[in-house]
Write a protein that binds this ligand. Sequence first.
Ligand code: ADP
Ligand code: MG
Length: 322
Amino acid sequence: ETLTNQIAAGEVIERPASVVKELIENSIDAGASRIRIDFTEAGLKQIVVQDNGSGIEADQIDLAFMRHATSKINNERDLFRVATLGFRGEALASIAAVSQVEILTRASGVKGTRAEFSGGQKKLQEDAAAQKGTQIIVNNLFFNTPARLKYLRSPRTEMTKIIDIVNRVALGYSKIAFTLTNNGKVLFRTAGNGNLQQTVANIYGRPVAEKMLPIKMENADFKINGLISRPELTRSTRNFISILLNGRYIRNYQLNAAIMDGYANKMDSRHYPVAVIAIKVDPFLVDVNVHPTKQEVRLSKEKELGRLISQAISEAIMEKQD
Ligand code: ADP
Ligand code: MG
């Protein structure tokens, strides 16, 4: 069972950034309005994610760390309308299988709970004073899977991947206040007041945020909101383009191409915009169950969405010119 856990865990938990992504998605699903992420040594020594969400009841801890146990999907029908970021019940079990996890949480009661897991085994659970919400501390990631450690890139690259994923998630949830620190040093902090332009300023800096144009367009199926940089502000990589589908950061070649289409008319295609494209769609049109990390999704009416995005962007840029 431990071995199957570790093998299966590899699919979701490839690197420190995967831990960060899964934990903050859980915090969002728990309704948090504040999420704090701290990490040391590129996340290999420690990752701490603290939220002020619903918390977990003492008698639900075991279930939360059990593979394929999720509180978010109750029946097969729910699977076709996934409204939460998590739904497979794999993340906590996978993380606990390859690290030493401490959880401190308090739900509705006055007493909180503290528990410790190592290599997937629960070592301890006790009552403990805790703030409302959940704090999860992941120590010594991959301590028992040395092979996985070898696949990691340099500490700098792993750290960049952590920052990148927190950036994207924070852009998708500008109503949530995020704080990211490394070794106690604040890397960025968002206000959480729902203002996307301010969130962009918190993440990419005010000079970038001031050069962004609003995007807004909808049809019967999709609602698009976002920001795109004015043509005079470009980046040499596409890393500053974020597509958020119902808040979930996704990678999608077609939609990226659609963004460039709306933009590139006037531009050399080696210059990429800074863009945040938030798409709202009925979850029924989205199948998130195609890839373990859920960053690739299958989308009905993808062509229609692509056209809408191109049009929204070219209009945003045109309006600014007259
Ligand atoms: P999933 O997110 O797919 O349900 P996870 O393994 O990520 O699976 O989490 C398992 C369960 O633990 C969740 O369904 C939820 O009930 C609970 N949980 C995890 N993290 C939190 C959190 N930060 N706050 C409240 N509940 C949580
Ligand atoms: Mg989850």
